[in-house]
Design a protein around this ligand. Sequence first.
Ligand code: COA
Length: 355
Amino acid sequence: MLRTKIAGIGYYVPEKVVTNHDLTKVMDTTDEWIQERTGIVERRYGKKHEETTTTMAARAAEVAIERAGISKEDIDFIIFATLSPDFYFPGCGVLLQRELGITNSEAGALDIRNQCSGFVYGLSVGDQFVRSGMYKNILLVGSEMHSMGLDFSTRGRNVTVIFGDGAGAVILQPTEEEGRGILSTALHSDGTYAEKLAFVCPGAHGGYHDKYIEETPDYGFPDVEYGEMFITERMMETGMLFPNMEGQFVFKMAVQKFPEVILETLDKAGLKKEDINMLIPHQANLRISQFVQRRMGLRDDQIWNNIQKFGNTTAASIPIALCEAVEAGAVKKGDVVCLAAFGSGFTWGGAVIRW
Ligand code: COA
Protein backbone atom coordinates (compact mmCIF):
# COMPACT_ATOMS: atom_id res chain seq x y z
CA MET A 1 0.00 0.00 0.00
CA LEU A 2 1.34 3.40 -1.00
CA ARG A 3 1.84 5.80 1.89
CA THR A 4 3.63 9.09 2.43
CA LYS A 5 6.85 9.24 4.42
CA ILE A 6 8.88 12.16 5.68
CA ALA A 7 12.12 11.57 3.78
CA GLY A 8 14.00 14.58 5.11
CA ILE A 9 13.46 17.23 7.76
CA GLY A 10 15.22 20.47 8.67
CA TYR A 11 14.70 23.65 10.62
CA TYR A 12 16.14 27.11 10.90
CA VAL A 13 15.89 29.68 13.66
CA PRO A 14 17.52 33.12 13.47
CA GLU A 15 20.59 33.82 15.59
CA LYS A 16 19.15 36.73 17.55
CA VAL A 17 17.89 35.62 20.96
CA VAL A 18 15.32 37.87 22.63
CA THR A 19 14.78 37.12 26.31
CA ASN A 20 11.81 38.03 28.46
CA HIS A 21 14.09 40.56 30.15
CA ASP A 22 14.72 42.20 26.78
CA LEU A 23 10.96 42.64 26.33
CA THR A 24 10.62 44.28 29.75
CA LYS A 25 12.70 47.15 28.36
CA VAL A 26 10.07 48.07 25.76
CA MET A 27 6.76 47.11 27.40
CA ASP A 28 5.21 46.70 30.81
CA THR A 29 5.75 43.00 31.44
CA THR A 30 7.91 40.74 33.59
CA ASP A 31 9.91 37.57 33.14
CA GLU A 32 7.86 35.98 35.94
CA TRP A 33 4.52 36.75 34.25
CA ILE A 34 5.61 35.38 30.89
CA GLN A 35 7.19 32.22 32.31
CA GLU A 36 4.33 31.50 34.67
CA ARG A 37 1.57 31.93 32.03
CA THR A 38 3.34 30.57 28.94
CA GLY A 39 6.56 28.75 29.91
CA ILE A 40 8.49 30.95 27.47
CA VAL A 41 11.97 32.12 28.48
CA GLU A 42 13.26 33.41 25.16
CA ARG A 43 12.51 33.47 21.44
CA ARG A 44 14.39 34.25 18.22
CA TYR A 45 13.89 37.26 15.94
CA GLY A 46 15.02 37.37 12.33
CA LYS A 47 17.46 39.98 11.10
CA LYS A 48 15.44 42.91 9.82
CA HIS A 49 16.03 43.76 6.13
CA GLU A 50 18.01 40.55 5.65
CA GLU A 51 15.80 37.69 6.77
CA THR A 52 12.18 37.11 5.85
CA THR A 53 9.64 34.33 6.19
CA THR A 54 10.81 33.10 2.78
CA THR A 55 14.56 33.21 3.42
CA MET A 56 14.18 31.34 6.71
CA ALA A 57 12.04 28.75 4.93
CA ALA A 58 14.78 28.35 2.32
CA ARG A 59 17.40 27.63 4.98
CA ALA A 60 15.18 24.96 6.58
CA ALA A 61 14.30 23.53 3.17
CA GLU A 62 17.96 23.18 2.18
CA VAL A 63 18.56 20.95 5.19
CA ALA A 64 15.46 18.85 4.49
CA ILE A 65 16.38 18.48 0.80
CA GLU A 66 19.92 17.36 1.65
CA ARG A 67 18.72 14.87 4.26
CA ALA A 68 16.21 13.42 1.79
CA GLY A 69 19.10 12.84 -0.62
CA ILE A 70 17.40 14.66 -3.48
CA SER A 71 18.24 17.73 -5.51
CA LYS A 72 16.08 20.85 -5.42
CA GLU A 73 15.19 20.24 -9.07
CA ASP A 74 13.50 16.98 -7.98
CA ILE A 75 10.85 18.94 -6.05
CA ASP A 76 7.59 18.65 -7.92
CA PHE A 77 5.34 20.61 -5.54
CA ILE A 78 5.79 23.24 -2.83
CA ILE A 79 3.37 23.75 0.05
CA PHE A 80 4.03 26.84 2.15
CA ALA A 81 2.19 27.45 5.43
CA THR A 82 2.50 30.86 7.08
CA LEU A 83 0.48 33.69 8.61
CA SER A 84 3.32 36.17 8.15
CA PRO A 85 3.99 36.14 4.41
CA ASP A 86 6.59 38.43 2.87
CA PHE A 87 3.88 39.96 0.66
CA TYR A 88 0.11 40.24 0.77
CA PHE A 89 0.40 38.58 -2.64
CA PRO A 90 1.94 36.65 -4.31
CA GLY A 91 2.31 34.02 -1.63
CA CYS A 92 5.54 32.68 -0.19
CA GLY A 93 5.39 29.44 -2.24
CA VAL A 94 6.70 31.07 -5.41
CA LEU A 95 9.09 33.28 -3.45
CA LEU A 96 10.60 30.15 -1.90
CA GLN A 97 10.87 28.54 -5.31
CA ARG A 98 12.86 31.57 -6.49
CA GLU A 99 14.95 31.79 -3.31
CA LEU A 100 15.97 28.15 -3.68
CA GLY A 101 16.79 28.73 -7.35
CA ILE A 102 14.31 26.12 -8.52
CA THR A 103 13.84 26.72 -12.22
CA ASN A 104 11.55 23.74 -12.76
CA SER A 105 8.29 25.45 -13.74
CA GLU A 106 6.54 22.07 -13.73
CA ALA A 107 6.56 22.35 -9.93
CA GLY A 108 3.41 23.91 -8.50
CA ALA A 109 3.40 26.13 -5.41
CA LEU A 110 0.51 26.30 -2.95
CA ASP A 111 0.12 28.67 0.00
CA ILE A 112 -1.73 27.61 3.11
CA ARG A 113 -3.28 30.16 5.45
CA ASN A 114 -4.23 28.12 8.46
CA GLN A 115 -2.02 29.75 11.05
CA CYS A 116 -1.04 27.36 13.88
CA SER A 117 -2.51 24.32 12.17
CA GLY A 118 -0.99 25.25 8.79
CA PHE A 119 1.70 22.58 8.90
CA VAL A 120 -0.74 19.80 9.78
CA TYR A 121 -3.09 20.99 7.02
CA GLY A 122 -0.16 21.04 4.59
CA LEU A 123 0.87 17.56 5.66
CA SER A 124 -2.60 16.23 5.01
CA VAL A 125 -2.85 17.93 1.59
CA GLY A 126 0.62 16.67 0.66
CA ASP A 127 -0.29 13.17 1.84
CA GLN A 128 -3.26 13.06 -0.52
CA PHE A 129 -1.13 14.20 -3.48
CA VAL A 130 1.58 11.62 -2.76
CA ARG A 131 -0.81 8.70 -2.21
CA SER A 132 -2.71 9.53 -5.39
CA GLY A 133 0.59 9.25 -7.27
CA MET A 134 0.46 12.86 -8.43
CA TYR A 135 3.73 14.03 -6.80
CA LYS A 136 6.89 12.27 -5.61
CA ASN A 137 8.90 14.97 -3.83
CA ILE A 138 6.81 17.56 -2.08
CA LEU A 139 8.54 20.32 -0.13
CA LEU A 140 6.31 21.33 2.79
CA VAL A 141 7.39 24.25 4.95
CA GLY A 142 6.02 26.24 7.85
CA SER A 143 7.76 29.56 8.41
CA GLU A 144 7.02 32.72 10.38
CA MET A 145 8.65 36.10 10.77
CA HIS A 146 6.36 37.31 13.54
CA SER A 147 8.77 39.92 14.82
CA MET A 148 8.00 42.22 11.89
CA GLY A 149 4.27 42.34 12.71
CA LEU A 150 3.96 42.58 16.49
CA ASP A 151 2.96 45.50 18.68
CA PHE A 152 5.94 46.22 20.94
CA SER A 153 4.04 48.68 23.09
CA THR A 154 2.31 47.59 26.30
CA ARG A 155 -0.96 47.54 24.35
CA GLY A 156 0.19 44.42 22.49
CA ARG A 157 1.92 42.60 25.35
CA ASN A 158 -0.53 39.69 25.69
CA VAL A 159 0.23 38.67 22.09
CA THR A 160 3.77 39.89 21.52
CA VAL A 161 5.47 38.00 24.36
CA ILE A 162 4.23 34.67 22.98
CA PHE A 163 5.52 34.69 19.42
CA GLY A 164 8.90 33.99 17.85
CA ASP A 165 10.45 33.55 14.40
CA GLY A 166 11.63 30.35 12.71
CA ALA A 167 11.03 27.80 9.98
CA GLY A 168 10.72 24.05 9.57
CA ALA A 169 10.60 21.96 6.40
CA VAL A 170 10.01 18.38 5.31
CA ILE A 171 10.22 16.41 2.07
CA LEU A 172 7.25 14.12 1.49
CA GLN A 173 7.80 11.03 -0.64
CA PRO A 174 5.90 7.84 -1.42
CA THR A 175 6.87 4.63 0.39
CA GLU A 176 5.67 1.06 0.05
CA GLU A 177 7.42 -0.06 3.22
CA GLU A 178 4.78 -1.95 5.20
CA GLY A 179 3.21 0.02 8.04
CA ARG A 180 5.44 3.11 7.67
CA GLY A 181 4.62 6.70 6.89
CA ILE A 182 1.57 8.85 7.54
CA LEU A 183 -1.13 6.54 8.92
CA SER A 184 -3.90 9.11 9.34
CA THR A 185 -4.72 12.81 9.38
CA ALA A 186 -7.74 14.77 10.60
CA LEU A 187 -8.64 18.38 9.83
CA HIS A 188 -11.26 20.58 11.45
CA SER A 189 -12.49 24.15 11.43
CA ASP A 190 -15.10 26.38 13.03
CA GLY A 191 -15.32 29.96 11.80
CA THR A 192 -17.73 31.04 14.53
CA TYR A 193 -14.91 32.61 16.51
CA ALA A 194 -12.77 33.89 13.66
CA GLU A 195 -12.07 37.23 15.35
CA LYS A 196 -11.00 35.77 18.72
CA LEU A 197 -7.49 35.35 17.37
CA ALA A 198 -7.08 37.46 14.27
CA PHE A 199 -5.12 40.03 12.38
CA VAL A 200 -7.90 41.85 10.55
CA CYS A 201 -6.18 44.87 9.02
CA PRO A 202 -5.17 45.49 6.38
CA GLY A 203 -7.91 43.59 4.62
CA ALA A 204 -10.63 43.93 2.02
CA HIS A 205 -13.49 43.82 4.55
CA GLY A 206 -14.12 47.58 4.49
CA GLY A 207 -15.69 47.39 7.93
CA TYR A 208 -18.12 44.56 7.15
CA HIS A 209 -16.92 42.39 10.02
CA ASP A 210 -17.51 45.10 12.60
CA LYS A 211 -20.62 43.21 13.73
CA TYR A 212 -18.52 40.29 14.93
CA ILE A 213 -16.16 42.35 17.06
CA GLU A 214 -18.01 43.32 20.20
CA GLU A 215 -15.43 42.40 22.80
CA THR A 216 -12.60 44.42 21.31
CA PRO A 217 -13.83 48.03 21.28
CA ASP A 218 -10.35 49.45 20.76
CA TYR A 219 -10.25 47.73 17.41
CA GLY A 220 -13.43 49.20 15.89
CA PHE A 221 -13.30 49.55 12.14
CA PRO A 222 -12.91 52.82 10.29
CA ASP A 223 -15.41 53.80 7.64
CA VAL A 224 -13.06 53.06 4.79
CA GLU A 225 -13.38 54.33 1.25
CA TYR A 226 -12.78 52.36 -1.90
CA GLY A 227 -9.06 52.15 -2.42
CA GLU A 228 -8.37 52.14 1.32
CA MET A 229 -8.02 48.41 1.59
CA PHE A 230 -4.47 48.50 2.75
CA ILE A 231 -3.44 50.97 5.40
CA THR A 232 -5.45 53.86 6.81
CA GLU A 233 -4.29 56.36 9.38
CA ARG A 234 -6.86 55.07 11.82
CA MET A 235 -5.37 51.61 11.60
CA MET A 236 -2.03 53.09 12.59
CA GLU A 237 -3.54 55.04 15.49
CA THR A 238 -5.66 52.27 17.00
CA GLY A 239 -3.23 49.41 16.67
CA MET A 240 -5.42 47.54 14.20
CA LEU A 241 -2.27 46.74 12.27
CA PHE A 242 -1.41 44.12 14.85
CA PRO A 243 -2.72 40.69 15.83
CA ASN A 244 -5.49 40.60 18.40
CA MET A 245 -6.23 37.69 20.74
CA GLU A 246 -8.68 36.82 23.48
CA GLY A 247 -6.20 34.66 25.31
CA GLN A 248 -8.45 32.92 27.82
CA PHE A 249 -11.03 32.01 25.20
CA VAL A 250 -8.34 30.59 22.94
CA PHE A 251 -6.86 28.67 25.86
CA LYS A 252 -10.18 27.03 26.77
CA MET A 253 -10.85 25.96 23.17
CA ALA A 254 -7.32 24.66 22.74
CA VAL A 255 -7.34 22.37 25.79
CA GLN A 256 -10.61 20.87 24.53
CA LYS A 257 -9.66 20.43 20.86
CA PHE A 258 -6.11 19.11 21.25
CA PRO A 259 -7.09 15.89 23.10
CA GLU A 260 -10.15 15.40 20.86
CA VAL A 261 -8.19 15.53 17.63
CA ILE A 262 -5.33 13.40 18.98
CA LEU A 263 -7.76 10.62 19.96
CA GLU A 264 -9.60 10.93 16.64
CA THR A 265 -6.40 10.69 14.60
CA LEU A 266 -5.19 7.70 16.62
CA ASP A 267 -8.54 6.00 16.18
CA LYS A 268 -8.40 6.51 12.41
CA ALA A 269 -4.98 4.84 12.44
CA GLY A 270 -6.34 1.93 14.51
CA LEU A 271 -4.21 2.96 17.50
CA LYS A 272 -4.73 4.00 21.13
CA LYS A 273 -3.13 6.68 23.27
CA GLU A 274 -0.97 3.96 24.86
CA ASP A 275 0.63 3.44 21.42
CA ILE A 276 2.06 6.97 21.24
CA ASN A 277 5.84 7.06 21.40
CA MET A 278 6.12 10.79 20.84
CA LEU A 279 3.54 13.58 20.83
CA ILE A 280 4.59 16.78 19.06
CA PRO A 281 1.97 19.38 19.93
CA HIS A 282 1.93 22.78 18.26
CA GLN A 283 3.88 24.96 20.70
CA ALA A 284 1.06 27.34 21.63
CA ASN A 285 1.71 27.64 25.33
CA LEU A 286 3.57 25.27 27.68
CA ARG A 287 0.52 25.21 29.99
CA ILE A 288 -1.65 23.94 27.12
CA SER A 289 0.91 21.22 26.28
CA GLN A 290 1.13 20.15 29.93
CA PHE A 291 -2.63 19.90 30.15
CA VAL A 292 -2.72 17.75 27.00
CA GLN A 293 0.11 15.58 28.33
CA ARG A 294 -1.81 14.87 31.54
CA ARG A 295 -5.02 14.19 29.63
CA MET A 296 -3.21 11.71 27.36
CA GLY A 297 -1.39 10.11 30.30
CA LEU A 298 2.02 10.64 28.70
CA ARG A 299 5.39 10.63 30.45
CA ASP A 300 7.73 13.60 30.03
CA ASP A 301 9.80 11.67 27.47
CA GLN A 302 6.72 11.10 25.29
CA ILE A 303 6.08 14.76 24.52
CA TRP A 304 8.38 17.32 22.92
CA ASN A 305 8.29 20.92 24.10
CA ASN A 306 10.64 23.67 22.97
CA ILE A 307 8.44 26.73 23.41
CA GLN A 308 10.70 27.70 26.33
CA LYS A 309 13.47 28.72 23.91
CA PHE A 310 11.63 29.52 20.67
CA GLY A 311 8.23 30.86 21.75
CA ASN A 312 5.22 30.09 19.56
CA THR A 313 6.36 29.96 15.94
CA THR A 314 2.87 29.16 14.60
CA ALA A 315 3.11 27.15 11.34
CA ALA A 316 6.79 26.44 12.00
CA SER A 317 6.45 25.09 15.52
CA ILE A 318 5.60 21.45 14.71
CA PRO A 319 8.32 20.87 12.08
CA ILE A 320 10.91 22.61 14.28
CA ALA A 321 9.96 20.48 17.30
CA LEU A 322 9.77 17.29 15.23
CA CYS A 323 13.18 17.98 13.72
CA GLU A 324 14.70 18.61 17.13
CA ALA A 325 13.19 15.38 18.48
CA VAL A 326 14.55 13.41 15.52
CA GLU A 327 18.01 14.98 15.83
CA ALA A 328 18.05 14.20 19.56
CA GLY A 329 17.27 10.53 18.85
CA ALA A 330 13.95 10.83 20.69
CA VAL A 331 12.09 9.67 17.55
CA LYS A 332 13.35 6.39 16.12
CA LYS A 333 12.40 4.24 13.17
CA GLY A 334 9.12 2.45 13.84
CA ASP A 335 7.95 4.93 16.51
CA VAL A 336 4.37 6.17 16.51
CA VAL A 337 4.58 9.96 16.29
CA CYS A 338 1.48 12.04 16.83
CA LEU A 339 1.22 15.66 15.66
CA ALA A 340 -1.56 17.97 16.82
CA ALA A 341 -2.34 21.64 16.33
CA PHE A 342 -4.97 24.21 17.19
CA GLY A 343 -5.12 27.88 16.32
CA SER A 344 -6.74 30.90 14.75
CA GLY A 345 -9.80 30.28 12.63
CA PHE A 346 -10.40 28.25 14.62
CA THR A 347 -8.74 25.44 12.74
CA TRP A 348 -7.23 22.32 14.25
CA GLY A 349 -5.91 19.00 13.11
CA GLY A 350 -3.74 16.00 13.79
CA ALA A 351 -1.58 13.38 12.11
CA VAL A 352 -0.22 9.99 13.13
CA ILE A 353 3.02 8.85 11.53
CA ARG A 354 4.87 5.54 11.88
CA TRP A 355 8.42 6.88 11.66
N1 COA B 1 2.79 40.90 30.93
C1 COA B 1 2.18 41.27 32.05
N2 COA B 1 0.85 41.31 32.18
C2 COA B 1 0.12 40.95 31.13
C3 COA B 1 0.70 40.56 29.92
C4 COA B 1 2.09 40.53 29.84
N3 COA B 1 2.75 40.15 28.74
N4 COA B 1 -0.27 40.23 29.06
C5 COA B 1 -1.45 40.44 29.69
N5 COA B 1 -1.21 40.89 30.95
C6 COA B 1 -2.16 41.22 31.98
C7 COA B 1 -3.51 41.62 31.44
O1 COA B 1 -3.50 42.98 31.10
C8 COA B 1 -4.40 41.31 32.61
O2 COA B 1 -4.29 42.35 33.53
P1 COA B 1 -5.59 42.82 34.38
O3 COA B 1 -5.99 41.61 35.16
O4 COA B 1 -5.04 43.94 35.20
O5 COA B 1 -6.60 43.22 33.37
C9 COA B 1 -3.76 40.08 33.26
O6 COA B 1 -2.40 40.05 32.76
C10 COA B 1 -4.43 38.79 32.90
O7 COA B 1 -4.65 38.77 31.48
P2 COA B 1 -5.23 37.53 30.78
O8 COA B 1 -5.25 37.77 29.30
O9 COA B 1 -6.50 37.12 31.44
O10 COA B 1 -4.08 36.47 31.13
P3 COA B 1 -4.09 34.90 30.96
O11 COA B 1 -3.85 34.26 32.25
O12 COA B 1 -5.24 34.41 30.14
O13 COA B 1 -2.79 34.68 30.08
C11 COA B 1 -2.22 34.23 27.83
C12 COA B 1 -2.69 35.27 28.81
C13 COA B 1 -2.19 34.90 26.47
C14 COA B 1 -0.81 33.79 28.20
C15 COA B 1 -3.16 33.01 27.84
O14 COA B 1 -4.49 33.40 27.79
C16 COA B 1 -2.88 32.07 26.71
O15 COA B 1 -1.81 31.52 26.61
N6 COA B 1 -3.88 31.82 25.88
C17 COA B 1 -3.72 30.96 24.75
C18 COA B 1 -2.96 31.72 23.74
C19 COA B 1 -2.50 30.87 22.64
O16 COA B 1 -2.20 29.73 22.81
N7 COA B 1 -2.40 31.49 21.49
C20 COA B 1 -1.93 30.86 20.35
C21 COA B 1 -2.96 29.94 19.86
S1 COA B 1 -2.29 28.86 18.83
